[in-house]
Ligand binder design. Structure first.
Ligand SMILES: Cc1cc2nc3c(=O)[nH]c(=O)nc-3n(C[C@H](O)[C@H](O)[C@H](O)COP(=O)(O)O)c2cc1C
Length: 456
């Protein structure tokens, strides 16, 4: 196989592979995944689920090359007769706060023979323990990994994605979130995983478990690649090969992400949608929150937060009161600016442009999606006018509740949307040593966008 990756032609000769195994500790099947390293990028080569340890060993024999690293999600070294391994204790103290503590492993547990025998069989195939591995060297290694802990580190989560326990519908939703994180995030990291497709998340319990095992295996393979690439520079080794060990990537700094010049004809709205999609899955509480700056007719600027509810090629939409200060300023001067800030990703997006009211039908459509309490507040609050006390609002809400009891609440005439049509959109990506990336798109009269790099 040959092809193009990162602009470099690549040919797979004696290529490097990373295998991930979500090993079934008791009698469960194992998820398996293979990643190839080619042209400076990882590519997904296989994703499967196998029933028995023997099947997994045969799969490794068939898939491994001379240079292959294996990440295994299972305790592969268990010297202690009882209690917990040092590695598990360390995992608890470091990652317990993210709910990613390790399952304690000792010889008192029934699984210990199955997992350590599997590791010993890999040893016979030339896969020695890789806890002392020199980065980017050749050969074969196996390491123990912990996909849960790795996911909080790689995806900058404040809590693991909980797809292992609970109701099927909740598990499916959580697993879908993990799938989104893998698709969005691993292509941005170093080493980069080129990835555009993954199995869809099924809604039945058994199918769900199968995809879960495969996604865990994919993470295990990625951790092996991350270990091969960075070694101790960007990974934590909890324990050692005598006492048992787990390798966990360091918490990723968004600074490891770069913002490259796009190819000609690039569309800033598409770029925004990609960034917004990532912000939505990165654990940011309100990714649509923006500072909106307007300027009065006297030239006095004023900024406040609003929430962008919609963004597409027509512009950025927010909803507010049409008698508020911002509304009065926009009536006098329709030019405004928006700033999104996503600190977890070290990203900022700045937008300037002209603002106009959204069509009434669009406002009404959006208003119907708001919770009833928020619909009543839109009627009750004469935003930005001085009121004598909070009780005025509460009395108004009571009256409105009885007026609209058992009825739909219409959108108030003095309330609605604004759409900011962008003239410029600047993307800012934090980088090391404050040498940040900034790309500014400007719309030409023809409607075409040009893009320029700005000094940080
Ligand atoms: C995170 C956040 C989101 C907000 N979202 C909105 C919004 O979508 N619409 C709105 O009218 N006010 C929103 N507000 C309140 C505004 O910041 C502001 O207080 C209000 O709109 C009055 O602003 P004005 O007097 O400049 O018109 C939000 C405030 C915060 C802190």
């Amino acid at each position: 196989m040959s092809g193009q990756a990162g602009g470099l032609p690549y040919v797979r000769i004696g290529f490097l592979r990373f295998l991930g195994i979500d090993f079934g500790w008791e009698n469960q099947p194992s998820g398996v995944a293979a990643l190839d390293w080619a042209g400076g990028t990882l590519h997904l080569a296989a994703l499967d689920r196998l029933r028995l340890p023997g099947d997994v060993l045969r799969w490794v024999e068939a898939e491994a090359t001379a240079d292959t690293g294996i990440g295994i999600d299972a305790p592969i070294v268990i010297p202690n007769a009882s209690g917990m391994r040092i590695a598990d204790r360390l995992a608890h103290s470091l990652y317990g706060k993210y709910h990613a503590g390790a399952y304690p492993a000792s010889r008192a547990r029934t699984f210990w023979k199955r997992t350590t025998r599997f590791s010993a069989a890999l040893g016979k195939l030339g896969f020695g323990h890789g806890d002392e591995w020199a980065p980017k060297s050749s050969g074969r290694f196996q390491i123990e990994v912990h996909p849960h802990a790795a996911s909080v580190q790689l995806f900058l989560l404040d809590r693991i994605v909980k797809y292992k326990r609970g109701r099927v519908a909740d598990r499916a939703a959580e697993l879908n979130r993990l799938r989104g994180l893998i698709l969005e995030r691993l292509p941005l990291l170093v080493p980069k995983l080129e990835l555009t497709e993954l199995p869809e998340i099924p809604h039945a319990g058994r199918g769900l478990k199968a995809v879960e095992d495969q996604l865990d295996a994919l993470l295990a393979a990625y951790i092996a690649a991350h270990w091969w690439y960075w070694g101790r520079e960007r990974n934590e080794v909890l324990g050692n090969s005598r006492l048992g060990y787990i390798i966990v990537p360091h918490r990723q700094r968004a600074k490891t992400i770069v913002l490259d010049e796009p190819s000609a004809g690039a569309d800033p709205i598409k770029q925004f949608e990609e960034w917004y999609a990532l912000a939505s899955v990165a654990g940011i509480a309100e990714p649509g929150a923006v500072a909106l700056a307007t300027v009065s007719s006297e030239g006095q600027p004023s900024a406040r937060m609003v929430i962008v509810r919609e963004a597409d090629s027509r512009g950025f939409v927010f909803y507010t009161n049409y008698r508020s200060l911002k509304a009065r300023e926009l009536a006098a001067n329709p030019r405004a600016s928006l700033v999104f800030y996503w600190p977890e990703l070290e990203r900022q997006v700045r937008v300037t442009g002209e603002v106009g009211k959204t069509p009434r039908a669009e406002t009404e459509r959006y208003f119907r999606t708001r919770p009833r309490g928020a619909q009543l507040s839109a009627w009750a609050s004469w935003q930005s006018s001085v009121i004598p006390g909070r009780d005025v609002l509460e009395r108004r809400i009571e009256k409105l509740e009885s007026r609209y009891a058992g009825q739909d609440i219409p959108a108030p005439p003095g309330w609605g949307g604004y759409r900011l049509r962008p003239d410029t959109i600047e993307f800012w990506q934090g980088r090391a040593n404050r040498l940040h990336d900034r790309l500014r798109y400007s719309r030409k009269a023809s409607g075409r966008w040009i893009v320029e790099r700005l000094a940080p």
